[in-house]
Each structure stands twice: as C-alpha cells, then as structure tokens.
Design a protein around this ligand. Structure first.
Ligand code: ARG
Length: 587
C-alpha cells in the first residue's frame, strides 16, 4: 500500500507540470500534514515557494494548481486559503476504505522501504571495565529503539556493540583477578567470580589502599599491551564476566539479544595500518612526537588548526585510532551503507573529527552515511547529574529495581480497590513490565538531544505521556473484547467501516498516519516522534470511547467500532514494540 501523503505529493507534482509545464517536474510539492485540523488534513505551500520563479502572485498559482489537481477519489474539493496555501481534506469514504485495507495486515499498512539499506547501529557500546550505572541507560534504550524501527521499515540492520574492552582501566581488574582468584588462570572451568559489582568494588578498594597493588595494576597494562599470554587470559576472563553481567541488565531492559560484540580490541591488529595509510595519503603530521592529522575547521584559542592524535608519542594508539579502524572496516569489509552512533552529545567533537578524517582518507565516500545521533544527560530532580547521596553515579540495577518496586506498589493498591484476585506471578510480571517500560518510555519520549529529569513519579503516572497511560489504553481495548466476548481476529472482513462521529473520524485518520511517522524517523532518528504519535493516538481513542458506545451500538456501527478499536490497540502494540516495550493484557 502506498502512503496517502506520498500519493498526494505525486498528484500535486503532476498538477504542477500540467499547469506550468515540464520544467516543474521534480519540484518538491511541499505537502505536509496540516498544522491545524481547521485547515483540513494536508497543506501544500508550494505556490508560495514558486511565486518568484513564475512571476505570479502565489494565490493565482495555487488556483491554477488546484484546477489541475485530480484527487477527487481521495479528497474533498481542494481549497486555496490565505496567501496561497492549498488545503486538502480526506474524504470519509477514502478513510473508511483505507482502514478496511489494513484491517488484517500485521504491518498495519506500513510498506517496507523500496530501497533497503545495510545499516550498522553502534550500540550500546559501554566501557566494560566500569560498573554499570545510569549513564549506560540511554545508549542501550535509544540504540535499541532506533535499530528496531529501521529493521521494521525494512532495512538490513546490524547491531554492533563497540565495547570499550581494552586499555588502562583493565589493569586494576586483572591485578585483582590474579590476587583474589589465582586459580582462574590455570583452570579451564568457569569460576564463580561473584557478581561484577562486588568484584569491581573490591578491586577498587585494593587499588585505593595499597601502593604495591597499584604497581601490579600498572604492570598488567604493560603486559596486556605487549600481548603476554597469561595477562591476555586474565583480561578475557574479566571481559566475559563484564559481558555476562551487562547482558543480564540488557535482558531485564528488553534489549535485543541479537547484538554482535565487536569491541575496541578487535581493531588492535589494524591500528598500525591505519596510521601508515594516513601517512601514505599525506595526511599525517608529527607534532611533539605524536602522529596527528590536522583538522579543518577546528582551531585552538590562537586560531591554529587542532590536531587529532592517532598515535601518541609513546607509540600507543587511542580511542580515535580505533574508531578510524572501525570506520574503514565497516565500509570495506561490512560493506555498510549507513552507520548510526547513538552516543552522548559530549562526544560530538570526537565524531565530527573522525568522520572528517574518514572522508579525507577516502574511506567514507558519498555512497555511505556516517551519523552521530547524540543524546543529552539523565538529570536528578534538582537538575544536577543523577547521583547517589554519597555522590556516586547511580547503579543501573538499583534504578530499575526501584522503578519495579514502585510500579508494584501502585498495581497492588489498584488491584485491591477493584477486588481482583491476581496471582503473585501475574503481579510480579506486570510490575516488571510497567516499571521497566516507564523508565524506557520516559527516556524515549524526550527529544533525545536534550537532557531530561529522571522522575519516578512522572514516569509512573497513569496520566500524561507515559508508558502506563499507553499500556492502559491498550488494556482498555482488551477489556472491550473480554466484556463483549469478542474475538477481534474473527471480526468480519466483509463488514463495512462506518465513520460517523467526529471523534471516530479523528481516531481513524490518526491510525492511518502511522507509516508517515515511521518514514520521518527513518530520516531524523527521533524516537520521541513515535511516542508523541502513540500518546495522541491513546488520547484520541479515549475521546472516542468516552463518547461513542461500542458494544451497545447498533450494527453496522458496532462491528465497525470494534474494528477501529482493535486497529488502535494493534497500532499501540506495534508502536510500543518498536520502542522495545511489551504490552499487558490486564493491568
Ligand atoms: N565506549 C564508548 C563510551 O562509553 C562509546 C563508544 C561509542 N561507539 C564508538 N564507535 N565510538 O563512551
């Protein structure tokens, strides 16, 4: 199925050519959803944009376009408003037919993209020599959502976690492993090293209290970089311990299991080549013993170009060198067409710089797109960085546990009020779904480029743009089916859709805009668009449901309304699944 907006754009373009000649073929029809329902459903501003070129007043241009515009099977007669806007209002019969067409479609009318791309989403990419804290939330949640949406619209998505699995921070952990678990290096059995956070804490304690331990840690780094076999083995054990414990949290968060871990260490063998190649290309300059590429457009206070160091004066490589190797590998070996890095905004300069060097080196060509999709910080209620009372970053596990506990308390009170007898198993499951979804949704519903304030009260509220509100709208529809003994899947394919009330027409139109939202996200990678869409959908459903009887309506309205309710629920369910959020049948 073709989306309505794409179809209307094509008709406006044809009308332009018919009115003003073939010169105008390919003109952007500037057609968008109307800013206000007063102006219909869609509005084209193309007449205003063409006034200068055609030397005519925009209103006259608009009139001529409208005369040639043949959309009577989709819209009411087009009108010209104000200085020359063309307003289009969808016909009710058209909307009814569109709903009918998607009634049994699991993709709800969203056609897969015509030109699927091979895309890498680089996430969640944590530095695994660190304890998991609140800073690990956004890359996981946002990265997962972007990957899900791109996959759903039809792209071939590769999820790659560029884990920080190399370098100095591992020294402390390796030294601690050797000291506390000397057997780890000789046995082939998997040792129980306890949970990662106590392992970190103890290692850190030793590091802080003992000078000899610090020396051992430093030495471990040297041995690791020299490729000493025993040290490599210890490093691997620490990496596995980290990966396993990170995975546990990702599972709790519902992050795709289909992530390829290709950490920084993977690129170690390529680093010397990268520097050699930059040298061969004439991009390398030695500066104070370090090998650098001088950047265009980056200057220091004195106006001198800034260097990007790719090899330090001691011969070591760094984060940037590794990322350059990853760029080259992704283009040349993975044959990728688009790479998306959902990474904090504080790394904006890093990405601008490595993309620039990648382009100058010829690795990034016009056929590939490298995109940093930045996000802001998670802040505490006072607007400061989210920390524990003792000033440490809050551990992610604790943050999630708290959300689940609060969701549970709320569920229990409500269930008691309604005197429902739910099993402990159901309550535990529902609390986890609501708690985790609330955290994820609160994150995704903000424009990702801004910071946001983490508030359990807000994210768990049943009212507002929250996960519980959305989950509840879905539950409400399931309630209709339970109450009426209706099996939504059995609703006749031949029953007509009848849109009578204003609220049901508004709801139906909104349901049909789902694909437009997904196309927009394919371009700008802003999940909050989908949240906003789902929020408005739930609101429109509630308005419809408050006003229109469903089970009590006469046929054919009754079945039509059941179909519309079910399509709403299916859209919420699919939309939430793209955010990485499951639904509940009851709550
Ligand atoms: N490990 C990095 C960090 O935690 C993020 C890596 C992002 N991906 C990349 N290719 N640089 O800051």
């Amino acid at each position: 199925m073709n989306s309505t907006i794409a179809e209307l754009k094509a008709y406006v373009e044809q009308a332009l050519v018919a009115a003003f000649g073939a010169d105008l073929a390919g003109t952007d029809p500037m057609l968008n959803p109307a800013s206000n329902p007063k102006f219909g459903d869609y509005q084209s501003n193309v007449a205003l944009a063409l006034a200068k070129k055609l030397g005519q007043p925009p209103r006259a241009i608009a009139e001529q376009i409208v005369q040639q515009l043949e959309v009577s099977h989709i819209c009411e007669p087009p009108t010209v408003a104000g200085p020359g806007f063309i307003n289009l209002e969808l016909k009710t019969s058209y909307i009814e037919a569109q709903l009918k067409a998607i009634q049994a479609d699991p993709r709800l009318g969203v056609a897969p993209v015509e030109q699927p791309k091979r895309i890498i989403v680089d996430y969640p990419s944590p530095n695994i020599a660190k304890e998991m804290h609140v800073g690990h939330l956004r890359p996981a949640v946002i990265g997962d959502c972007i990957a899900r949406m791109l996959e759903f619209v039809g792209h071939d998505v590769l999820r790659i976690s560029h884990v920080g699995d190399w370098g100095t921070p591992f020294g402390m952990l390796i030294a601690y492993l050797r000291e506390a678990y000397p057997d780890a290096l000789t046995t082939t059995n998997q040792l129980d090293l306890g949970d990662l956070s106590s392992f970190y804490r103890q290692a850190k304690k030793r590091f802080d209290e003992d000078e000899n331990f610090r020396e051992a840690a430093r030495l471990s780094v040297v041995e690791l970089q020299a490729g000493d076999e025993k040290t490599l083995k210890a490093w691997k054990i620490v990496c596995q311990l980290s990966s396993r414990s990170y995975r546990k949290i990702y599972d709790l968060l519902g992050i795709s299991a289909d992530i390829l871990e290709r950490g920084e260490s993977f690129y170690n063998p390529f680093l010397p080549e990268i520097v050699e190649e930059l040298d061969r290309l004439g991009l390398l300059v030695e500066d104070n013993g370090a090998q650098c590429v001088f950047l265009d457009g980056f200057t220091n206070k004195e106006g001198k170009p800034l260097p990007l160091i790719v090899q330090k004066s001691d011969g070591g490589y760094n984060y940037a060198t590794t990322d350059l190797a990853a760029i080259r590998y992704r283009v040349q070996t993975d044959k990728i067409q688009r790479v998306i890095y959902p990474v904090g905004a504080e790394q904006t300069n890093h990405f601008t710089q490595i993309f620039q060097v990648g382009r100058r080196a010829g690795w990034i060509t016009d056929e590939v797109e490298f995109i940093h999709a930045p996000f802001g910080l998670v802040l505490g209620e006072g607007g400061q960085k989210l920390k524990t009372r003792s000033g440490e970053a809050i551990r992610l596990q604790e943050l999630l546990n708290e959300a689940i506990a609060r969701a549970r308390a709320d569920l229990e009170t409500r269930l008691k009020e309604e005197e429902r007898q739910e099993t402990e198993e159901f309550i535990a499951h529902a609390a986890e779904v609501v708690g985790i979804s609330a955290v994820k949704y609160a994150d995704l519903s903000q424009n990702r480029t801004s910071n946001y304030i983490f508030s359990y009260d807000k994210m768990l509220a049943l009212q507002g743009n929250t996960a519980p509100y959305m989950l509840y709208a879905y539950v409400r529809v399931q309630g209709i089916s339970r109450k009426g003994g209706i099996d939504f899947k059995q609703l006749g394919a031949d029953c007509p859709i009848v849109l009578q009330d204003e609220t049901e027409l508004a709801l139906a139109k909104h349901v049909l805009q789902f694909d437009e939202i997904l196309s927009a996200i394919d371009l700008d990678l802003l999940p909050n668009r989908l949240c906003q869409y789902l929020f408005e959908l739930s609101q429109k459903f509630n308005q419809f449901y408050d006003r229109c009887p469903v089970l009590q309506a006469d046929e054919p309205l009754r079945t039509s309304r059941l179909v519309l309710s079910n399509l709403t629920a299916q859209t919420i369910k699919l939309g939430l699944s793209l955010l990485g959020i499951p639904v509940l049948e009851r709550m």
